[in-house]
Structure formats: structure tokens, C-alpha cells
Design a protein around this ligand. Sequence first.
Ligand code: FES
Length: 568
Amino acid sequence: MTGSPKGRGIAGRPTNYGDPEFAAYLRRSFAKSQGYSDDALGRPIVGIAYTPSGFNNCHRHFPELLEAVKRGVLLAGALPVEFPTISLGEVFTSPTSLKFRNLMALDTEEMIRAQPMDAVVLMGGCDKTVPAQLMGAVSADIPAIQLVAGPMSTGRHRGERLGACTDCRRFWAKYRAGEIDAEEIGAVEGRLATTAGTCAVMGTASTMACLAETLGMSLPGCAAIPAVHADRLRMAEATGKRAVELIGTGLTPSKIVTPAAVRNALRMLLALSGSTNALLHLTAIARRAGIRIDLQEFNRLSEETPVLVDLKPVGPHYMEDLFHAGGIPAVLKELAPLLEREALTVSGRTMGELLDRPLADPVGRDVIRSRTEPVSPVGGLVTVFGSLAPGGAVVKRAAADPRLMEHEGRAVVFSSLADLAARIDDPALEVTADDVLVLQNAGPRSDSGMPEAGYLPIPKKLAQAGVKDMLRISDARMSGTAYGAIVLHVTPEAAVGGPLSLVRNGDRIRISVAARSLDLLVPPEELARRAAQAEAAADRRRRGYDWLYNSHVLQADEGADFDFCGKE
Ligand code: FES
């Protein structure tokens, strides 16, 4: 047998009956009811956190992928045992999948801890699943390795490539503006998401896959392989094999998710011009390892890190193009002078050792630019601070109209998502293209659970007049597939009485991304008067997970994790 002799296998983490020998005997007896031989039960065990679901289209190929992981585990001499955790299909989860990310993280952590496994393969993909699994694995801290679903392949519509979900938004905006009719938007509906796998652009799922690889929690090359490509199955097999090799090495997530690895991942996020959500998730993952991401330091990294990857929603390409251009190993190679080489990876090699390896193929320079000819000389994301966001807010500057990154305008305020839905298209809404759309009560503690609603639609009458972008500010999140002059994650949020809650129609707001500032131009004494008059929102009676979530969720600058889940 080639597996590590150090694994405890089926004898690990005994059930407590007050008689350890009986517990071991009973467990073996019940395991035998599953048809295992003594040989199988004598092996180390690799658990596989397995997350297919009828409510998760992105994971529909997981049965085939699971077989490949198991093949790898068996080839390396251990016993693979899959176990379910909850799954989070982004568009099937209400009010928003983020609300349940922490639940999935708890589920993953506790099921790793509770069951007899010597290492674990984390099979995830759709937006919140990878961060949830990494959060749980860092806290459980046994050898763990992430296998992602891989991106969807593109579809076609009238000769044009389509991929979820930047093109979903682009076509929806065209429909709202009256540029295409109901028949065409109906046809596009069936062509946006046509294969298994995660959204085809540099959305949150793709960004998190790339960050998992950069953090060192996936094998090199894992992130960008298309979901339906045979290489994805080979990667699954290699992941299973590697999980066995990890047993007994002491190379656990806490050795991999270090400050150096987190800074490398932040650099990657900036070089990808990745999803703003990823900053929230990486903050939560790092927090599980006792590492705090300083948003001021993030800005410093942003000034030094060029955007190198030209994918939608910033550029024209898709994840399958990134794969064919060389994937994350090629991006890392380009970023090498900025990376911290000593960071360990799950491969057993340091980041520096991986960077020293030659690439197998020439780099596709239309997709992965060189440092000397970047998409942008500075990072795609930046944080701003000021009287409207004392704890910070995030802006994806690479995806915005640059004119709106230095802007002052009049606030048009929506007090909730319901208010937004009721009035945004009202022909009587007093709004011009120079105004600033403000959405309140969409942060982590709000009843909406910090949805991806920060991409406020352009009011219909302005959209129909040709307005493509406006400054929009909220405590919500935005899909990684969206674009525009959007300020997100305003901290503290409105629901806990942050300054955002005090904005009124007609107030002036000024943003200067160059100065990293976001200010509400209202005298402090007037804000104090409004705060004194603010009535505490009547809290509704809560129970179950809704109570747990609302009682313990932290603000965006702490990753919206639970206050009781940090490193002890
Ligand atoms: Fe699953 Fe986009 S819906 S990644």
C-alpha cells in the first residue's frame, strides 16, 4: 500500500459510547454492512465533501468528477468516502446565497471534524461553495485540498459567443432599453448557460477558483480547466491522489493559508480584476486562520499590481480562453516579481518552486497580458473611505466609466430593495444621469442578507435615453459578472446605523477614487440631528438559522463571517 501509514482510517474520531473498543467494533461492523472488506477498512480514509444538488446547475457533472477523485484516492492506496454537505446554487437560493455561506462553512467544518477521515477533498464551485468549504477546512485544519467544478463553456447566439453571466446582464439591459424584443431575450435565455460548470466569465466562482489555486489550496492549473474537459477529470484524479499523499505530512490549511499566501491571493484578485465578492470571501477565509486583511494595505497592493487578465466583465474573453492561454500558472509567472515565494502550497512545493517551473505552452497574450503591456497598470479593485464609509467600501474601478470615478452628485435614495423595485422605473422619479443612486438596508445585517443588488439598474427612462452608467452606492454586494461605477460593501451598513442610513434625497455625495475617498457632504451637526431622530427599525421575531445569522454576522470588513468563528 502506498498510502501513509499514519492515517487512523475508520478508527479515527470514535463515537462516544463510553467503551472505545466497543465503539470501534460497532463502527467496523456497520461499515461492513456497506460491503467494505477488511483490506478497505484498514486503509487511511480520504473524505470527499460532495455537493451536487438538484438546485445547483453548476455542479451537475459532480457524479463523474467524484468517480475520478475516488480513482485517484484508490490508486494511491487509501479509501475514498464521500459525504454530503449543503450545496448553494447561486440563483436558486433566497434571499441570497451569501446568507447561507456561513451555514455551509459550519456544516463543512463540523462534518470534517465529526467523521473518520485523514484528509479531505473539497468539491465545490458555485459562488459561495468554495469560500464556505475553505472557511470550514481552515477551521477544521486537517489536510485538505480544493477541487473546483471548472467553468462552463460558452454558447452562441446569432454568431456571437455568450457566457453566463455578464452576457445575461448585457442582454437584459438591451431588453430594458427596448433594443431587443421579448422573442429575442427568450431565445438568449436558453443560450447563456449551456453546460455544467460555473459561470463562464471572471465572476465570483471563477475568481474564487483562481484564488484557491493562488492560496495554494488547489493543485497548480486547477482553476481554469473547463468543467466538461477531460483534463478536469484528470485534475480530479490527481487531487484524490494528492489528498492521500498529504496524510501524515502535517501540511494542513493553517500552514498554507498564511499572511504571505493571503497577500499573493490579493495580488491575484487585483491582476484578474476579479469579483468584489472575493475580497469579502478572502477576508472571511483569512479570518479563520487568524489573519486580518487591512483594506489600506489592499489599496497599496492595488497600486503595485497590474491587471493582466482580460476577461469579461472587464474585457472580451471567457474562462475557457484563460485555460487555453495558460491558466493561473501563466498568470502567476507574470506576477512572479510581486509574489511571496515562501508560501507553501498543497502540492508540497512552495510558490517559489512552482514559479521556477517552465510553462508547458506559450502564453496566449490576448488573454494573459505581460507586465509591460497590462490591461491596466494598477489593480482592478480599490477601497474608499470617508464620512459615508468610515469602515471602507469597495469599487471595481476597472469595470467603471472612469469619468464617474471622480464625481460629485445629488443623492437619489432608495431605503430598501422593495423601495428600489417599486420606484426605479417610475416615470415620475426625479433623476438625471449625474445623480448618485443610493440603496440602503442591503448589508449583512439587513433582512435582505447582503444580496448582489448593488448593481442598481439604470432607471428605465434614462436607459432608454442611452445612459449606460451612473454612480451607484450601497451596502450590498455585486455579482462578479456585473460592471459599472458601483460602490459596494459600504461599512458600517445602514441596518446598524451607519452613515449610509442618514443619506436623504438631494444630499451631495462626492467620490474620488484617486484620493480613495467617499464623502457625504452634509454638516456633521445635521447628520447628528438625523441620527437622533432615526427610529430603530422594529426587529421582527426571529428563530432558527435566521436568528443565528442575524445575531452573529459581522460587517463586510470582517468578511461577514460569524463572530464566533474566528481562530481561537
Ligand atoms: Fe453557479 Fe454562477 S450560478 S457560478
